[in-house]
Design a protein around this ligand. Structure first.
Ligand SMILES: Nc1ncnc2c1ncn2[C@@H]1O[C@H](COP(=O)(O)OP(=O)(O)OP(=O)(O)O)[C@@H](O)[C@H]1O
Ligand SMILES: [Mg+2]
Length: 275
């Protein structure tokens, strides 16, 4: 419930507005003068080589890192929002989540169950549903630190989902998922399952911004793509416009070819290095 925030029903304020964002670490510019807009209801992928500034940009967008320029979510400057309001508006899956306390899975996910309107039974039901969505039904009592890397990643996603459960709450603007490499530790079946989950969140009216390394999953699930290179925006636009052989080869400094899967007919990216 956004008690301390006025929300306009104007569609333009349901957007993520990033304008001339620059992030400086000491004397080094990590993200440079970067602008784009994203809409709730769409899945935006951020791609680019390792070290190009994707995580840094995501952290600037979630208000975690100091930056110059503007980041507006649903018409609000993210830097002016209290932690409570931020937690209502968006869930964040970091690239790496370390928990050094001996918590079980239910306790980790419970960190995301911030909606005090729900009683214990409703919270237990939501927790079980979130675990089912990420393919971990029955894991409530397991020690988080004993889980595999991929299981931990899915527990973290369940935590984020519990936090921003309804993509479009009745009393506020659409909610957003900010996901940093959400499927990096997962096998192919779970990669598709989690990507599908995120795409459904967008289809139900929420906003999704996901940093991705897998170009084929990006092709399959993203509506829009932002390509970063050396802290700058190399390209931004609809997936089919941006995911081109020439542009991707330039972005990754590696020969890539866009072709079609002979069986499914879907576009796929393959390395084209003469081997
Ligand atoms: N606190 C910091 N101090 C100095 N340099 C930093 C800091 N944080 C990030 N960097 C540097 O900024 C660059 C961008 O880092 P970032 O984590 O945003 O890259 P990335 O695109 O997410 O890479 P990856 O795909 O490997 O996760 C890297 O060269 C990194 O070493
Ligand atoms: Mg990163």
């Amino acid at each position: 419930m956004l008690q301390h925030m006025t929300f306009s029903s104007d569609a333009s304020v349901c957007e993520l507005h990033v304008n001339r964002v620059t992030v400086q670490m000491g004397k080094t510019t990590i993200v440079s003068n970067l602008s784009f807009d994203a809409k709730a209801g769409e899945f935006l992928a951020i791609i680019g080589p390792s070290g190009s500034g994707k995580t840094t940009l995501l952290r600037a967008m979630t208000g975690e890192l100091v930056c110059s320029g503007d980041v507006f979510l649903a018409g609000q400057d993210v830097r002016g929002l209290s932690p409570e309001i931020q937690a209502e508006m968006r869930g964040v899956l970091p690239q790496a989540s370390q928990i050094s306390f001996p918590l079980n899975v239910a306790e980790v996910i419970g960190l995301g169950l911030i909606d005090r309107r729900h009683n214990k039974n409703a919270r237990t039901r939501r927790l079980a549903e979130a675990l089912s969505k990420v393919g971990l039904s029955g894991f409530e009592g397991r020690n988080y630190q004993d889980l595999s890397g991929g299981e931990q990643q899915r527990v973290q996603l369940a935590r984020v989902l519990c936090q921003v459960w309804e993509p479009v709450p009745i009393d506020g603007p659409p909610r957003w998922l900010f996901l940093d490499e959400p499927v990096s530790s997962l096998d192919i079946k779970h990669q598709y399952q989690i990507m599908q989950l995120a795409a459904e969140y967008a289809a139900r009216g929420g906003g999704v911004v996901a940093v991705m390394h897998d170009l084929n999953l990006t092709l399959t699930f993203a509506d829009k793509v932002l390509v970063m290179q050396k802290g700058q925006r190399l390209a931004f636009g609809a997936t089919e416009e941006v995911m081109r052989s020439d542009l991707l080869s330039k972005a990754y400094d590696f020969p890539l070819s866009l072709t079609r899967c002979a069986v499914a007919g879907a576009p796929i990216v393959v390395p084209f290095n003469g081997r």
